[in-house]
Ligand binder design. Structure first.
Ligand SMILES: NC(=O)c1ccc[n+]([C@@H]2O[C@H](COP(=O)([O-])OP(=O)(O)OC[C@H]3O[C@@H](n4cnc5c(N)ncnc54)[C@H](O)[C@@H]3O)[C@@H](O)[C@H]2O)c1
Ligand SMILES: O=c1ccn([C@@H]2O[C@H](COP(=O)(O)OP(=O)(O)O[C@H]3O[C@H](CO)[C@@H](O)[C@H](O)[C@H]3O)[C@@H](O)[C@H]2O)c(=O)[nH]1
Length: 316
């Protein structure tokens, strides 16, 4: 690791106009999409990685983050190698937490337990914590998938493959959640999906963004389309991006009208407006009132009372 950073610094010194004046500092940031401003102004920690033989970069960064440091933000000053690992390790842990609860969901599906309640029980243990452990169709986006793959590749380069076996499993669990939704769709509609009309609620990889990078919702929608279903996708913000990337899918602006004549509705991105829909009204629009709640975000008792057949990931 040290050699890699040294080599990168050397390359910078060769190519940058400032040459030997260049000093390299690592400052990973941990902001989440749709919370970028809040996470930037109020980060839960700062990581500053330097070549400790120099102090110029440290002085500059401490000035740049002056107000945030004064506010008492934990600030960890460390070496290059540790700072470089910080980002990949943090995202790997977040991904592992999600896949852990989703692996529990797989067990719940076999045993009849309820993964939402199980996650609440686990989350109240302060050693575990309740944040970032919502079960569902798994993680996507521009960060967690890329970062665990990058971390695995780097560990392989460093001859530390065994240490990241756990991350290969994290990735495998994540992929199985998407497949589980396809399996549930086939249970609901029959193995042959040709000619079936499926409405997908959600295109963004998570709510409150138009980002569709590695979106679980669109991956599932595309697979259903490949199996012959007519798939209509709706999303409050991400339709333009989705249309460009997956022109073969159908799109609808209005999430209620999107359900007209549907044989099956699949809830794949938990936008709050989806959970606020009156299921009684929706049941009169759909061709067949069947829903898969792949984010455990709908009030399934209310939907069942309204006449819907409800399937979920990780609870009956
Ligand atoms: N999106 C986030 O919330 C977030 C949060 C923390 C960290 N990060 C990290 O920040 C980095 C960028 O993320 P992003 O979401 O802004 O991605 P992005 O894809 O939106 O932006 C990347 C930019 O880099 C440009 N680019 C790509 N390859 C290039 C190259 N070879 N030369 C010059 N420019 C190139 C692209 O054109 C694009 O404008 C990633 O490593 C990501 O993990 C992102
Ligand atoms: O309990 C949870 C939390 C998240 N997700 C999914 O995980 C993915 C990532 O969500 P989130 O972490 O909220 O979004 P990002 O904006 O990708 O932020 C992650 O990636 C950033 C870029 O590296 C980091 O800076 C952040 O700390 C890290 O949370 C999304 O698909 C979510 O639907 C779940 O399935 N269950």
């Amino acid at each position: 690791m040290r050699e890699l950073v040294d080599a990168q610094s050397e390359r910078l010194r060769e190519h940058a106009p400032a040459g030997g004046q260049i000093e390299v500092a690592w400052n990973p940031e941990f902001l989440r999409e749709s919370f970028a401003v809040e996470d930037t102004l109020h980060p839960d920690r700062l990581v500053l990685g330097f070549d400790t033989a120099h102090s110029w970069a440290e002085t500059l960064l401490r000035q740049a983050f002056g107000k945030i440091i004064e506010a008492g933000t934990p600030t960890i000053v460390t070496d290059w190698a540790t700072a470089e690992l910080a980002k990949g390790a943090a995202n790997s842990f977040l991904a592992a937490k999600i896949s852990f609860v989703n692996a529990m969901a797989e067990v719940c599906e076999k045993s009849g337990a309820n993964v939402v309640e199980l996650a609440a029980i686990l989350g109240h243990d302060i050693h575990i914590g309740r944040h970032g452990m919502r079960p569902g169709v798994g993680f996507g986006g521009g960060c967690l998938p890329k970062d665990i793959h990058g971390f695995i590749a780097r560990a392989d380069e460093l001859d530390a493959s065994e240490a990241v076996g756990i991350l290969r499993e994290v990735d495998a669990v994540n992929g199985r959640r998407r497949q589980r939704v396809i399996d549930l769709a086939r249970e609901a509609l029959g193995v042959d999906l040709r000619g079936k009309r499926i409405t997908v609620w959600g295109a963004a990889f998570k709510p409150e963004t138009d980002d569709i990078r590695d979106s679980p919702a669109l991956a599932v929608a595309q697979r259903l389309h490949d199996l012959g279903a007519t798939v209509t996708v709706t999303d409050p913000k991400a339709l333009d991006n989705a249309r460009k990337r997956f022109p073969e899918l159908d799109y609808a602006e209005d999430h209620i009208a999107a359900v007209e004549d549907a044989d099956l509705l699949i809830h794949l991105t938990e936008w709050p407006q989806f959970a606020q829909v009156d299921p009684r009204r929706l049941a009169t629009i759909a061709h067949s009132p069947k829903v898969i709640d792949a984010r455990s975000a709908l009030d399934i008792d209310q939907w069942r009372d309204a006449g819907w057949t409800v399937r979920t990931l990780g609870r009956l």
